[in-house]
Ligand binder design. Structure first.
Ligand code: HEC
Ligand code: HEC
Length: 331
């Protein structure tokens, strides 16, 4: 009896010791805390800074990274309607939506791409790598044709994006990555109020017809278009209200230094409603979101898992949809 008891004690002590070590290791190594939802975890207080471009090595690999950066900043020069490499996109630059070549805080930067891809995405219902994600933006935001993943252009773009995110640990999404999620309005976003915001705060650059302004070389835009055939298509991220509102809330009007004259959240939602109710090229949605339960609540086209109207999925109010979705999950 005695012996069994002391054995049991020894066993318990060993198990507790192992547990303590595991718990300690997890706490010390908090930075690498495993998250089951890759790409959706934030490290508190970790504000990312892009590596200095002067540190790109002077090697062949370095040249590829530099070319990638140039493709992001001057996409239309290479791939636009008069593109030097191929005429396969609408004339916008990646940088129009990923400011400062994808390095600015809350301006849709690329800090979390290398750390979170490959990852599963609901839109395609597959695990996507960086090539697939880049081609998605070419296909939708640039309303273009996907490029060969083994070609020099895709290799360069991904080399640059990987170089940017090289120091971000796996599955970590730094603060200020991507686009901010604004609080929802308690009403639907209003295209009529949005038009007033547009006239007052956007039109002087993006034009009274939303077509932007071409540079004198007519190869690239000084002010990119916001709707019409040269703009992003209906499959693009910005066509979702939350993405558009979040992006412009932090980044437009473009000439206010450090976003010193920001829109209110309300203005951002309303101007999103106005711009996204203007005509633009359409994208075939039939293959998107094979699992309709995974559709974002502001995806504007059915079928939907819930009974809210397409109109409400487009303009809100979004809180009732969100609450219904959460309730469904906990059932
Ligand atoms: C019209 C605006 C627009 C243009 C132009 C554009 N993108 Fe995007 N891009 C977006 C939006 C919106 C997202 C999704 C952001 C979100 O879901 O929060 C995105 C996401 C991405 C992502 C994934 C980012 C992440 O953290 O998951 C990559 C990579 C990307 N774009 C690359 C590119 C490249 C390369 C180009 C040019 C060939 C480009 N984009 C052009 C709007 C644009
Ligand atoms: C001072 C000029 C200026 C004003 C005012 C301005 N923008 Fe922009 N906007 C730009 C420029 C320039 C870019 C592209 C930035 C780049 O390439 O670095 C841009 C990019 C954008 C983009 C992403 C690219 C695209 O064409 O889809 C959106 C969306 C946008 N602006 C919306 C707005 C909205 C909404 C307003 C008003 C609230 C506004 N902008 C006010 C100059 C301006």
């Amino acid at each position: 009896m005695q012996i069994i008891n002391s054995r049991r004690l020894l066993f318990l002590v060993t198990v507790s010791a192992v547990l303590i070590v595991v718990v300690l290791a997890a706490t010390v190594n908090k930075y690498h805390t495993v998250n089951k939802d890759p790409g959706l975890s934030f490290t508190e207080g970790f504000l990312w800074e892009a590596p200095d471009t002067s540190r790109i090595p002077l090697t062949d690999d370095g040249m590829l990274i530099r070319y990638g950066r140039d493709l992001i900043a001057n996409t239309s020069y290479y791939l636009g309607p008069k593109g030097r490499v191929a005429a396969i996109t609408n004339g916008m630059n990646c940088q129009n939506c990923h400011l400062d070549a994808g390095t600015r805080s809350w301006a849709n930067n690329y800090s979390a791409v290398f750390s979170t891809y490959p990852r599963f995405r609901e839109r395609s219902g597959t695990v996507e790598n960086i090539y697939k994600r880049v081609n998605d933006c070419i296909d939708r935001s640039l309303n273009g044709h996907p490029i060969d993943t083994m070609g020099r252009e895709m290799q360069a773009i991904s080399a640059y994006i990987i170089w940017l995110g090289q120091k971000v640990p796996r599955n970590i999404k730094p603060l200020a990555a991507g686009i901010r999620d604004l609080a929802f309005l308690d009403r639907s976003a209003d295209p009529i109020r949005g038009q007033a915001v547009y006239v007052q705060k956007c039109q002087r650059c993006h034009g009274d017809d939303g077509q932007g302004l071409l540079n004198p070389d007519s190869i690239s835009y000084q002010y990119p278009p916001l709707w019409g055939k040269n703009s992003y298509n209906t499959g693009a991220g910005l066509f979702r209200m939350s993405r558009f509102a979040g992006y412009v809330r932090d980044n437009m009007p473009f000439d206010a230094p450090n976003n010193s004259a920001p829109l209110t959240d309300e203005q951002a939602w309303d101007v999103a409603a106005f711009v996204n109710s203007q005509p633009r090229s359409t994208k075939d949605y039939s293959k998107d979101y094979p699992n309709i339960a995974g559709k974002p609540i502001d995806h504007p086209v059915g079928p939907f898992k819930d009974n809210f109207s397409a109109e409400q999925h487009k303009y809100g109010p979004f809180d009732p949809i969100r609450l219904a979705k959460e309730k469904n999950k906990t059932k």
